[in-house]
Design a protein. Structure first.
Length: 107
């Protein structure tokens, strides 16, 4: 798994992400990898949703959850090279969630 984190760091640097963003993304991915406890090639949408849900239940801040979401999405797309999975973004309020859902559904 360390080589995948190295690849993630390489991809972040290639896209000129800020050093602090790189540090945060790697840290959040380490947490996700530890929580899932399985090979990244076997990750499913449910694994990601369960992880984000556990963060919500544990009352992590919106910003903290958002960083995890973006780190996992970056890892999924640029490191694992997987596309075609829909993971809803965690939003601050239920009202915004409905608006966001409608935009996604009807746009």
């Amino acid at each position: 798994m360390q080589t995948l984190l190295d690849k993630m760091l390489f991809e972040l640097q290639l896209r000129t992400y800020a050093k602090t963003t790189q540090k945060h993304y790697i840290s959040h991915m380490k947490r996700f990898l530890k929580a899932c406890n399985k090979s990244p090639s076997n990750f499913t949408k449910e694994d990601i949703e369960n992880f984000l849900h556990s963060m919500i239940i544990n009352k992590n801040s919106y910003n903290y959850i958002n960083i995890s979401y973006n780190a996992i999405r970056f890892f999924w797309v640029f490191v694992l090279k997987k596309i075609g999975i829909l993971i809803y973004h965690v939003l601050k309020s239920k009202k915004l969630s409905l608006i966001h859902f409608l935009k996604l559904k009807f746009s």
